[in-house]
Design a protein. Sequence first.
Length: 137
Amino acid sequence: MSRARRGAAALEFALCLPIFAVIVAGIADLSMFVSVLQLVSRAARDGARIGSATIEGDAPTGDQIEADAVAHVELLLAAAGRPCGADCTVTAEWIDIDGPMFVRVRVSYPYEPFVGLTAFLADRATAEFTMMTQQQP
């Protein structure tokens, strides 16, 4: 009787192991995606913050504001170990929204699945952040 019970436990383990492995791999994929998404969101927010603090002078064009924001996002991504490559896009624009000037930073970073079992995840992590600038015309 003892051998039959051990055999049944081994069979149950063998049947449950693939299901458990798929669940663990899905959790790993989801956590990696959330990590990349959080990094991209933080990079967009910090880029907008740096751009909003940039002062160009008497005749502002927004070029320096946009350049500082993009440079900071790229620096932050590189410092996090995920440098902005060919598939990564970082844009910043100095825009007028009903009078005051704002800087809008958009970051789009490709996501490569850890295991590839979660088809419902997006293939890109994107974030956008808009902040009022200190520089006003």
